[in-house]
Design a protein around this ligand. Structure first.
Ligand SMILES: [Zn+2]
Length: 99
């Protein structure tokens, strides 16, 4: 289905992976351990780390390393268009001004 890359990641891959984590419409990578607190994995050049425990992960989907393409392909779908409209509405106040 999707190709996989293994750590170490390049600086550019780290930047894209962390942007992917906050993209909102894709499910982010989370810690494999069951605990309370922050469990959103953080990409580093040596792989993913959990901000709360010692969990690490050494792979990512290749598609996650180009956030611009992820966004473009999502926003070109019908659902993506609706999502984007909703997002733009949420970013405006009741007078229609962009916040
Ligand atoms: Zn954890």
């Amino acid at each position: 289905m999707d190709n996989i890359i293994k750590a170490p990641f390049t600086k550019d891959q780290v930047k894209n992976l962390n942007e992917f984590q906050s993209i909102g419409f894709m499910h982010p990578f989370t810690c494999g351990n069951d605990h309370s607190g922050d469990n959103l994995l953080v990409a580093t050049e040596n792989g993913w780390v959990c901000p709360t425990c010692t969990y690490t992960q050494d792979w990512a989907y290749t598609s996650m390393t180009n956030v611009e393409i992820v966004k473009e392909s999502f926003f070109s779908t019908d659902f993506g268009k609706i999502y984007k409209e909703g997002q733009e509405k949420r970013n405006r106040n009741n007078n229609g001004e962009i916040l």
